[in-house]
Design a protein around this ligand. Structure first.
Ligand code: NAD
Length: 487
């Protein structure tokens, strides 16, 4: 049977059978032990070590992704997650003792982490390995059985993920289903113990609606328009380089936390544009359309979507750098647009590509209103040396994550959860947060048979009522009053 016919045959019945099979393995206890979890994380590390070239090739085929970006973001970050798990998992799996209350005295209590069960990871095309494997290792570390549905928009990566996970991992608990809307719909009809979805908000709503039917909790890793505010007191070349690294150096702007647009003052904007032009030329040369260090646009649908932004009458005269395009190669040059009106098409949707509009304001403080008048972004960036302004930004701007004086790098701090808020998503992961995302912390209270105070038992009296009230509130004085008439 060919690949195509295999994909088509994955319908509701196949999805139901798959979940049943994985639930059987989970209930049998396969995924629960520390040893199994470690063995699978090690297998995944081995898989990444032994197949670096194939992964580079798959991403070259899907996105012309530069090998350095593949090695660092798609492979290196997942390996880093695996290493953290191997170092810390034993600690994460330990029950956590917590204090009890006067009302339960004598007693002890703990939070016992338990796996959720059988979980579904649906990932997106732009970082197909990172966005698939990072949640999958979190699910494995937490002791779950997991089905991965990679994005069909990056077909070479999707089929390599299916091949490699099939070869290296324990398939009684870890499986890949390839496919698009039909296959994902079949999967979403099943009852899962968690769904972890990465992608756009419209499909996020479909995922959440399907999950609601089974009361399945979700993590939604969505996107949004991540702004960069640039104050006039900054180190300009460093700021320009860091904006470029986050925008064009991350999959050519096809990254969820890429700077979507810049806000700066009218006076400072020309200086910023000059610095961006200089550094762009240093990075990608005079003809960026030929640069091997820029990914291409993933497909013609996304190419047309981006060109529509540029063809909008409100912005077509605003291009101050770039603007070249070649549909046959799916390439669009790094493009800067200055003084873009806020009611233009490019400012109404997430760009997710190599176009960078700049909005100008009279005072940089006005940027808070610009940002807060839109939906909550996944990331917001500020470049400034003004400490007070930094604090005001942190206190007043709502986003999944904030980063001061750089872009994108907050993603690389495992002690910071990665995720959105509002329209940019819900839930977070990375480091221990990935373990927590796929874990239920079971509340357990232990009591003995001593200290069986009659106060909670009928017949109820006024004294018992006062005593119970004091006990629940941890009010020792109130207990004294109820028992001994203390005043
Ligand atoms: P995509 O097209 O790959 O879709 C994501 C997943 O949804 C795929 O697996 C796809 O098969 C599935 N899907 C698509 N349509 C569906 C439907 N009708 N029913 C069920 N499943 C369906 O990716 P995309 O949505 O183009 O990804 C880009 C978006 O994702 C951007 O908004 C970006 O900001 C966001 N994103 C967020 C993160 C993050 O970590 N927060 C990371 C990457 C991308």
């Amino acid at each position: 049977m060919g690949e195509e016919s295999k994909k088509v045959s994955f319908d509701g019945e196949a999805a139901s059978l798959l979940v049943k099979e994985l639930r059987g393995s989970f209930n049998y206890g396969t995924a629960r032990s520390y040893e199994w979890r470690v063995s699978q994380v090690k297998a995944l590390l081995k898989m990444l070590d032994e197949n670096e070239e194939q992964i580079i090739d798959a991403l070259r085929s899907d996105l012309a992704k530069p090998p350095l970006e593949t090695v660092v973001y798609e492979i290196g970050m997942v390996k880093n997650s695996c290493e953290i798990i191997l170092k810390e998992l034993k600690q994460w799996m330990m029950p956590e003792k917590v204090k009890t209350s006067l009302a339960t005295f004598p007693s002890s209590a703990e939070l016992v982490p338990e796996p959720l069960g059988v979980v579904l990871v649906i990932s997106a095309w732009n970082y197909p390995f990172l966005l698939s494997l990072d949640p999958v290792v979190g699910a494995i570390a937490a002791g779950n059985a997991v089905v991965l549905k990679p994005s069909e928009i990056s077909p070479a990566s999707s089929s390599l993920l299916a091949e490699l996970l099939g070869k290296y991992m324990d398939n009684s608990c870890i499986r890949v289903v390839e496919g698009g809307v039909d296959e994902t719909t079949a999967l979403l009809r099943q009852k899962w113990d968690k769904i972890f979805y990465t992608g756009n908000g419209n499909v996020g709503r479909i995922v959440m609606t399907a999950a609601a039917k089974h009361l399945t909790p979700v993590v939604l890793e969505l996107g949004g328009k991540s702004p960069v505010v640039v104050d006039s007191n900054v180190n300009l070349p460093v700021s320009a380089r860091r904006i470029i690294a986050g925008k064009w150096g991350c999959n050519n702007g096809q990254a969820c936390i890429s700077p979507d647009y810049v806000i700066t003052t009218k006076d400072f904007a020309p200086k910023l544009v000059d610095a961006l032009k200089t550094e762009l030329e240093n990075f990608f040369g005079k003809n960026p359309m030929e640069s091997q260090d820029l990914s291409r646009i993933v497909n013609s649908h996304h190419f047309a979507r981006l060109i529509k932004f540029l063809d909008d009458d409100k912005v077509s005269s605003k291009i101050v750098y770039g603007g070249e395009k070649d549909e046959s190669k799916l390439r669009i040059a790094p493009t800067i647009l200055l003084d873009v009106p806020r009611d233009s098409l490019i400012m109404s949707e997430e760009i997710f590509g190599p176009l960078l509009p700049i909005i100008t304001v009279n005072k940089v403080e006005e940027s808070f209103n610009v940002i807060n008048s839109g939906t909550k972004p996944l990331a917001a960036y500020l470049f400034t040396t003004n400490e007070k302004f930094k604090q005001e930004f942190v206190m007043n701007v709502s986003a999944g994550g904030l980063l001061i004086n750089d872009t994108v790098l907050h993603l690389a701090v495992p002690k910071l959860p990665f995720g959105g808020v509002g329209d940019s998503g819900m839930g977070g992961y990375h480091g221990k947060f990935s373990f927590d995302a796929f874990t239920h912390k079971k509340a357990v209270l232990y009591r003995g048979f001593t200290g069986d105070a009659s106060v909670r038992y009928p017949p109820y009296t006024k004294t018992k009522q006062s005593l119970m009230k004091a006990l629940i509130g941890g009010d020792i004085l109130g207990m004294g009053r109820a028992l001994f008439g203390w005043s």
